[in-house]
Design a protein around this ligand. Structure first.
Ligand code: ADP
Ligand code: DP6
Ligand code: CO
Length: 330
């Protein structure tokens, strides 16, 4: 048994959102979702299992984490320990090349990387589909980060068939400009925000119904490489998700004034004939889906309102992969 492994997983941004669980223990979603994996933002996670360890430990960006965060990791690694029938404790060292808990999907790359590393370190040999069901139980969005390009998370009927399916490599002049309006950790986590929405928002059932149609429509747009349609469905779906939060009790919103500035800028560009569409997650940051070949032009327009350090251009990313010792040392 190798006993240690280091895996890189990229974050993903949902074009059709996951916003609500039908089962909180198994992280089963209310609707299927579809995302694009991002090249620029990722997490590298190293896992070591050793008989010498009396307990699990967890380091994030070089800092030892407290009990609460470590317990979250332990609970997740328990799934792999059960599968392997081992009680070995682990040391987890993770580096986020993405702001943590800021609505840029750190939980997606985090749990996909941890799942990938635990799988290899324990020699479990789980195939990617099965691995995606494990990643799901750390964070729903992590299900999709196992694969690259456009990825669907099929809501499934139970824990075994609620997994990710690669849909398309997204290698047809697709890009994203991220407007990192605010990279600070959010006040309402995705988990809490979606739970409150499911439990209290009267708009929620309508959201689930329309998301079911959106996923069919977006897959048709991807199949025909219809970028305009892809963008229109993406923007509309995200807006509907944010609408559900305004109906919650108490109501809440992740938007900030600068989020609107970014949205209006993208919409103005569209009027000038540059197809680009916005989507937002559980945070104030705006993601502009565009043609990769036009990303620089879009960035130029955004530079009128935002500083260079807030604008990130990315192409579609790949699925998880093991890092070599040389790559780890860099
Ligand atoms: P985000 O928008 O970044 O996905 P979430 O609220 O969904 O925000 O998730 C953030 C949480 O994910 C963090 O508070 C932490 O518990 C967990 N997380 C983030 N990065 C890592 C990491 N590299 N390893 C393990 N857990 C992580
Ligand atoms: C708005 O996957 O972070 O980004 O499953 O509770 O960990 P948990 O939540 P998380 O939620 C993501 C919500 C979203 C939409 C999406 O990524 O599909
Ligand atoms: Co998240």
């Amino acid at each position: 048994m190798p006993n240690q492994a280091c895996v890189r997983a990229h974050t993903n941004i949902a074009l059709i959102k996951y916003w609500g669980k039908r089962d909180e223990t198994y992280f089963l979603p209310m609707n299927s979702s579809l995302s694009m994996t991002l090249d620029k933002l990722y997490t590298d996670t190293m896992v070591v299992f050793d008989e010498a360890f009396s307990q699990d430990s967890f380091y994030l960006n070089g800092e030892k984490q407290g009990e609460k965060e470590t317990q979250k990791i332990s609970k997740f690694i328990d799934l792999f320990r059960e599968e392997k029938k081992t009680a070995l404790r682990a040391r987890v060292e993770s580096i986020n090349h993405v702001p943590t808990a800021a609505g840029l999907a750190s939980s997606a790359s985090a749990f996909a990387a941890l799942a990938g590393a635990a799988n290899l370190a324990l020699g479990l040999d789980l195939d990617p589909q099965r691995l995606s069901t494990f990643a799901r139980r750390g964070s729903g969005s992590a299900t999709r980060s196992i694969y690259g390009g456009f990825v669907e998370w099929d809501m499934g009927t139970c824990s075994d068939d609620s997994f990710a399916v690669p849909v398309d490599d997204a290698n047809w002049d697709i890009g994203m400009v991220i407007v990192a309006v605010n990279q600070k950790a959010k006040e309402v986590s995705s988990r809490i925000g979606m739970k409150r929405t499911v439990e209290t928002s009267p708009f929620y059932p309508a959201w689930v119904e329309s998301a079911k149609k959106d996923i069919l429509d977006i897959k048709a747009a991807i199949a025909t490489k219809d970028f305009i349609r892809l963008g229109e469905i993406t923007e509309a779906n995200g807006m509907k998700m944010h609408g559900t939060m305004l109906g919650a009790e108490p109501p809440f919103s992740y938007w900030e004034p600068d989020s609107i500035v970014a949205i209006k800028t993208a919409q103005a560009l569209r009027k000038q004939g540059i197809p680009c569409y916005v989507t937002m997650d559980a945070g104030p940051n705006v993601k502009v889906l565009c043609r990769l070949s036009q990303a620089e032009t879009i960035k130029e327009a955004l530079l009128e309102h935002f500083t260079e350090d807030k604008l990130i251009i990315t192409k579609p990313g790949k699925g998880i992969r093991e890092l070599t010792a040389a790559e780890r040392a860099v």
